[in-house]
Design a protein around this ligand. Structure first.
Ligand SMILES: [Zn+2]
Length: 152
């Protein structure tokens, strides 16, 4: 798994794993271009795609803000996200990050940066704290997406 991951590159737009410079999702012409779903990891993109409920595009942060581990906002793909949202005229950004101390810190931090440009929502998790998005079943994830609320 690790070896396969090292060989595959990243999409230059959304940072999802991709063999091509721009991934299939970003290239698709039949997707909603005004909605962006922000996730921590490429595995979360795959999990949400499985629900077939979401038709927008994604932005992969590449991790979560975690001062204890020395991971600050500058280590993540947050700058490119703000640039994208301000440039693309995104109508809604959905923060789809599992609830945890790091997850909530990241959601609030990114949300504050994006609010001047767009509506920011977060998915409604029926998951326990620390429950991983990638392990949620499709029905739970689809419900979480549907029940999203505006970020305070
Ligand atoms: Zn992409």
């Amino acid at each position: 798994m690790l070896e396969a991951k090292a060989q595959v590159g990243q999409c230059s737009v959304c940072f999802h794993l991709s063999a091509d410079p721009v991934c299939d999702i970003c290239r698709a012409t039949n997707r909603d271009l005004q909605t962006l779903c922000v996730v921590a990891d490429s595995r979360d993109v795959i999990a949400i795609e499985k629900t077939r409920e979401y038709r927008g595009r994604y932005h992969v942060l590449g991790g979560l803000i975690s001062p204890m581990d020395g991971i600050g906002p500058e280590q993540l793909n947050i700058g490119p996200l703000v640039h994208r949202v301000s440039k693309e005229g995104t109508q809604e950004v959905i923060m789809a990050i599992s609830p945890s101390i790091e997850g909530d810190t990241t959601t609030l931090y990114v949300g504050q940066l994006l609010k001047p440009f767009t509506r920011v929502t977060r998915i409604a998790f029926g998951l326990p704290m620390g429950g991983d998005l990638e392990y949620a079943d499709e029905v739970t994830l689809a419900r979480a997406l549907e029940g999203r609320r505006d970020l305070e």
